[in-house]
Design a protein around this ligand. Structure first.
Ligand code: NAP
Length: 283
C-alpha cells in the first residue's frame, strides 16, 4: 500500500486565501489585523522563523511589526515591551520567539502577554481554556495537525490516536485536541516502555519528538494516518521529520511529508489565530 500525501503547502495556500478574504472584509470595517513579533538575540533558526511569519502577514494583507533586540536585553525591558503591545490597539497578536536568552524567564514573559493577544496559545490561560473546552487560542502546530485531519475528512470519533511527545507546545495540546474530537488518546514519551506496542495499535500517529526515524514501517498499522511534526537534519543536512518517510509511506494510509507538511501549517494557523483575535476585538 502506498499512502496518500497530506500536502501542507497546498492546504496552507487554500487556508491563507480564506484568511486574506476575511482580512479584506475586516479592513472594510476599518480594522487591519496586526501581529507583533519580538525576537531577542540572533539565533539563526529563530531569524528564519520570524521572517517567515512576517512575510505570511504581508502576504495575507495583515499588519506586522518585527521588534528585534540584542541578546543582552533585560527581562524588565522585554516585559515593558510586551505590556506596551498589550495596550496597542493596532496589535491583535503578540508572539515572543522562543528560545529566549538564558537570563530571561520565558515563562514569565509568556504569562505577561494578554491572553486576548496570545496567538501562539502558550499562555496558561490558553492551555486551561483548551483543557476545559472553552474558546481560546490553540497552539499553532497541533491546531495545524487538526486542520490536516479535517482536510481529509477524517472522523476521529472512537479512533485510537497515539501522540509521541509530551511538550507543552505540541504533544500535550495535541492530545487534548484529539480527545476533544472523541479519539481515545495515548501519549508516549522518552520513558514509554514499548513505543512500538503502542503505535501498532494506533489509527492516528502524531510524531513530535525531534529525532529521526523514531517511527519506522514496522511500528505502523496498515492504513494508519501519520502526521510528522519533527524537524531534523539528515546526514546530508536536509530537513527531515521524525518518521522514516520512505518506509512508512508503504504501510500508512495517509502521511505528511517533511518539508511541506506540518511546518507550513504552523504559520498558517498563526495567521488564523491573529485574524480571529482581530475579529473578536471588532465584535
Ligand atoms: P521537545 O519539547 O523536545 O519534546 C520532545 C518530546 O519527545 C518529549 O516529550 C520527549 O519525552 C519525547 N521523546 C524524546 N525521545 C523520545 C523517544 N525516543 N521516544 C518517544 N518519545 C521521545 O520538542 P517539541 O518542542 O515538542 O518539538 C518536537 C519536534 O517538533 C522537534 O523536532 C521540533 O523542531 C518540531 N516542531 C516542529 C514544528 C513545526 O512547525 N513543524 C513546530 C514545533 C516543533 P520526555 O518528555 O520524556 O523528555
Amino acid at each position: 500500500m502506498t499512502a496518500q500525501l497530506i500536502d501542507g503547502n497546498a492546504l496552507s495556500r487554500q487556508l491563507r486565501t480564506e484568511v486574506s478574504e476575511r482580512v479584506t472584509a475586516l479592513k472594510a470595517r476599518g480594522i487591519t489585523p496586526g501581529l507583533a513579533v519580538i525576537l531577542v538575540g540572533d539565533n539563526p533558526a529563530s531569524q528564519v522563523y520570524v521572517r517567515n511569519k512576517v512575510k505570511a502577514c504581508e502576504d495575507t494583507g495583515m499588519h506586522s511589526v518585527l521588534e528585534r533586540y540584542e541578546a543582552n536585553m533585560s527581562e524588565t525591558a522585554l516585559l515593558a515591551r510586551v505590556e506596551a503591545l498589550n495596550n496597542d490597539p493596532t496589535i491583535h497578536g503578540i508572539l515572543v520567539q522562543l528560545p529566549l536568552p538564558a537570563h530571561i524567564d520565558a515563562h514569565k514573559v509568556i504569562e505577561a502577554i494578554s491572553p486576548a493577544k496570545d496567538v501562539d496559545g502558550f499562555h496558561v490561560a490558553s492551555a486551561g481554556a483548551l483543557m476545559v473546552g472553552q474558546p481560546g487560542f490553540w497552539p499553532c502546530t497541533p491546531y495545524g495537525c487538526m486542520k490536516m485531519l479535517e482536510s481529509i475528512g477524517y472522523d476521529l470519533k472512537g479512533k485510537h490516536a497515539v501522540v509521541i511527545g509530551r511538550s507543552n507546545i505540541v504533544g500535550k495540546p495535541m492530545a487534548l485536541m484529539l480527545l476533544q474530537q472523541d479519539a481515545t488518546v495515548t501519549v508516549c514519551h522518552s520513558r514509554t516502555a514499548d513505543l512500538k506496542a503502542q503505535t501498532l495499535q494506533a489509527d492516528v500517529i502524531v510524531a513530535a519528538v525531534g529525532k529521526r526515524n523514531v517511527l519506522t514501517a514496522d511500528m505502523v498499522k496498515p492504513g494508519a494516518v501519520v502526521l510528522d511534526v519533527g524537524m531534523n537534519r539528515n546526514d546530508e543536512g536536509k530537513l527531515c521529520g521524525d518518521v522514516d518517510f520512505d518506509g512508512v509511506k508503504e504501510v500508512a494510509g495517509w502521511i505528511t511529508p517533511v518539508p511541506g507538511g506540518v511546518g507550513p501549517m504552523t504559520i498558517t494557523m498563526l495567521m488564523v489565530n491573529t485574524l480571529e483575535s482581530a475579529e473578536r476585538s471588532a465584535g
